[in-house]
Design a protein around this ligand. Structure first.
Ligand code: CA
Length: 230
């Protein structure tokens, strides 16, 4: 953990100090930036393991920073957790679609933030394991891509091709919020005629087929869906 570096980008000095204190205490190597421009400079010269990025920054805002990071190969893989204010759902959606990994809404407890950081770092590490993962397991749900089989609580579940893709997407990254647009792109290869509403319908059908385990698929109001981590 001592080797894990986090770049904290926040222009509110009090919050910056508080977060730095908590991250230091958890054993992370913390660096800070108070503007988007400074953050980009730091990331390009020495990429951290994770970035905590406030969206409301003076001049270049967090979304611009995120877009810039994700559009360059050298920095595209650095995980980003957005720090957002209440009522910024449209910004959260845009950030996730730009490639941010997660978000935390202010005010948040340090415990929640630390749990999110650990989850994102775990997922980033899993992504570096060579070869595609052919089996996904989350909570009480098991998906086997080679066999094209899904089960919940040990019982086989009969899914349509679209439901199977949707479930695979969600359980491949437990805890990760996917926007409706990301779901459409993933399960329909960007087929434009598919609407947000049809994603909602698919989710309802999938939840029903999964029985009790279906409760693990959470609706994140105004943002999208995620498979809850246990
Ligand atoms: Ca701010």
């Amino acid at each position: 953990m001592a080797d894990t570096s986090i770049l904290l980008v926040e222009d509110e000095r009090d919050l910056l100090e508080l977060l730095k204190y908590n991250l230091d205490r958890e054993g992370y190597a913390v660096r800070t930036a108070e503007t988007g421009e400074e953050a980009l400079k730091q990331v390009r010269s020495d990429p951290p393991d994770l970035i905590l990025l406030d969206l409301m920054l003076p001049a270049m805002d967090g979304l611009e920073v995120c877009r810039s990071l994700k559009s360059r190969d050298a920095t595209a893989d650095v995980p980003v957790i957005m720090l957002t204010a209440k009522g910024e759902e449209s910004d959260i959606v845009r950030g996730l679609e730009l490639g941010a990994d997660d978000y935390v809404t202010k005010p948040f407890s340090p415990r929640v933030l630390m749990a999110r950081i650990q989850a994102v770092l775990r997922r980033a590490e899993a992504m570096t394991v060579p070869g595609p993962t052919r089996v996904h397991e989350a909570g009480r749900v098991h998906v086997d891509l080679d066999r094209h089989e899904a089960s919940a609580d040990g019982q086989a579940v009969d899914l349509t091709a679209t439901e199977f893709k949707l479930l695979t997407l969600l359980v491949s990254k437990p805890g990760r919020v996917f926007t409706r647009q990301q779901i459409i792109e993933s399960i329909h290869e960007g087929f434009a005629a598919v609407t947000d509403r049809s994603v909602d319908v698919q989710v309802v059908a999938l939840r029903r087929k999964l029985g009790h385990a279906g409760k693990s698929i959470e609706t994140i109001r105004g943002v999208g869906y995620r498979f809850r981590e246990d």
